[in-house]
Design a protein around this ligand. Structure first.
Ligand code: IYR
Length: 221
């Protein structure tokens, strides 16, 4: 196993004012991020999507295995098929598979089994996690796969928002149908389905509040 050569870390140097300004403006940007369910069909250049995916790929991962595959679906027929399959599963979930409590928790958010965004958005990204790697048909371990792919999805969502685009983390359940529809190898499992595009002009979002700092943080000084 060859070792990586170690190189100096390319440090970022901000003076205190710059630092304060940067954390404020990043917070302000991210506070505007919302899960959007109403998409426009307006085109997004492929080059923009490519840069966003590359940004997601900068996430840290267990032993730097980068155990993710991003499938970007633009093909209308394939989006239609995926929508039909997702809605079939979601219909079964909303009408029996989900608990009463779960349905009650979702009610204020107005979600239901219908997933029009899958066909309206110009792209859907299906993120796959690689539970192991296949190198010359041999299994190689990956580590902290859920943590790693979750981090990459976080980076993905923030890159999407930074581009003035919107997304939705859709979790059709179960979602094995995506492996088949996209012809993925046996070492990959679907993780999230994320439509990406511009919001519809009349897009509405529920007026949710984020928890305050003192509700989410405990400081030990
Ligand atoms: N997977 C379903 C249900 C759903 C579950 C949660 I947790 C949400 O925050 C939103 C929806 C769906 O995507 O509709």
């Amino acid at each position: 196993m060859t070792k990586y050569p170690f190189i100096p870390y390319a440090q970022l140097h901000f003076n205190p004012e710059e630092q304060a300004e940067r954390v404020d403006s990043y917070l302000e940007l991210m506070q505007k991020r919302r899960s959007v369910r109403h998409f426009s069909d307006k085109e997004v250049p492929r080059s923009i999507i490519e840069k966003i995916i590359q940004t997601a790929g900068t996430a840290p991962s267990g032993a730097n295995k980068q155990p993710w595959t991003f499938c970007i679906i633009e093909n209308a027929e394939l989006k239609k098929q995926i929508r039909e399959m997702a809605e079939e599963e979601e219909k079964a979930s909303y009408s029996g598979r989900m608990s009463e409590e779960w349905l009650r928790d979702l009610e204020p958010l107005g979600t239901d089994w219908e997933k029009p965004f899958i066909t309206t958005a110009p792209y859907i990204i299906v993120v796959f996690k690689k539970v192991y790697d296949l190198v010359d048909s041999e299994k190689r371990n990956n580590y902290y796969v859920n943590e790693s792919v979750g981090l990459a999805c976080g980076f993905l969502l923030s890159a999407i928002h930074n581009a003035g685009l919107v997304s939705l983390t859709h979790t059709p359940s179960p979602m094995n149908f995506l492996s088949k529809a996209l012809n993925r190898p046996e070492n990959e499992r679907p993780f999230l389905l994320i439509p990406i595009g511009y919001p519809a002009e009349e897009a509405m979002v529920p007026d949710i509040k984020r928890k305050n700092l003192n509700e989410i943080a405990v400081f030990y000084s």
